[in-house]
Design a protein around this ligand. Sequence first.
Ligand code: PGA
Length: 267
Amino acid sequence: MSIRLGTVSRRPLVVANWKMNGNSQSNAELLTQFIKLWQGVHHAEVAICAPYVYLPQISELLSESNVIAGAQDLSHFSVGAYTGEISAVMLADIGCEYVIVGHSERRNYFAESDAVIAEKFMQAQAAGLTPIFCVGESLQKREAGEAHSAIESQLQGVINVVGRDAFKQAVIAYEPIWAVGTGRIATPAQVSDMHAFIRQQLGEVGNSLRILYGGSVTADNAAQTFALDDVDGALVGGASLKADNFFAICQAAELDVKLNIEQNSEQ
Ligand code: PGA
């Protein structure tokens, strides 16, 4: 992370993506433990994206803390006869501030297209939620030397509909598909390269845009990832399901900011 005092400062963000895990009891245990560990004022921001049915529970559990509630998905429709769907307005109504949009598992298992994802992005912002927009290339694309073009096309799919300026109120998560849930994290060089590329694609807006890395982030590799200039935090799946693991990752983000502030003040 790079905190440039006096110019643009991007507050680090660490987001837990619980996916389809948890139950009332384990959620309560995990969050009670995490909140105890993550007490006080921090430079880094932390959000928990839980399954829909547990969002009221986690909003309640987080209400006395500085940890934010978020959802993992939303409907691309706003209201009406769409059986089984959950709207952006409903999520805002129960206290969510963030929502993940276009996760690779949504794209791959539920055939979400760029067009649907762009609609979801718009619905989220219209309801006052901040979309965490995910992009990531497959292993096949990376091995074919097409990683940049894959990301460019996912970004363009949304930019064409919402415009670059909409990214002033959004977060991007770069999650190479081959690194999600595989234990295989992208190398620092791969992460740096893609984050800089994404920032550049967004032009002026890119300077203040927070770009998270996601894909097998753990307590062991978080610090090295956060140390990279263009990385502003992480989207964490598996390692967010244990309070102490997730805390260690949040702590690594916090330490990285402190280090940056110290270095800046010495200059
Ligand atoms: P992982 O998942 O940390 O388990 O790789 C990340 C994600 O899917 O957001």
